[in-house]
Design a protein around this ligand. Sequence first.
Ligand SMILES: [Zn+2]
Length: 235
Amino acid sequence: MAFSKDVQVEALVACGRCCCLCHKFCGPKIELHHITQKADGGADSFDNCIPLCFECHADMGKRDSHHPKGKGYSPEELRKNRDKWYQRKQASVSTNITDSDKQLFSDICEVFQPLKYTLAEYDLANGVKEDRFNSLTQLLHEEGNPFKEFLDGDLESGRKRLVVSAIRFKDYFNYHMFTHMNRLVPHIYLMSIYEIDYEAKLEKLFQEEANILNSLALELWNEYQDFVRLYRQRA
Ligand SMILES: [Zn+2]
């Protein structure tokens, strides 16, 4: 058995689809974990349920008594963290978004909105102008600046999630695109021209590289859209 529909809805609304441990906004990428495992007599109840992101959920299974490295979560700790987060979510619904948070949100939209076509629809195999992502790079340079963080806890956790996705994309982009006639194109691996099917292999590698870049770009765009939705739910 799993949690009933009612328990699922109640828990997902209480957490605002944010992970109860790391607080990032998850959207559909969230899982409901049994605090006390079913095998140990845990119930399918609201009290025994904690919403977690994929990463934090994966950490739940890592309690190996034969190799005790690090420290696993106890049921009491999970419950306390969850209840604290539920309370904070409830409190933030009743408070208004500050002007500085509104400004920060619009600054982020100004960076992402013009990138819609490039991130969501364009095939990066065709290359891009070198300065295409300057504003995104600038935004990432500001990471760690407290003036560029949201005061609202929910929005800040959403922003963090967006930044993680942007770093993943930019890192891959920086190391896998190179300049060719003032455009950045996917990196072509050096291969011996004596290899059989040299041209075909090159084309295949090039396409693979472009496919990864395109999917990371789309992932980033989707993350941005989730972030906008989160803001609108809060505003
Ligand atoms: Zn998490």
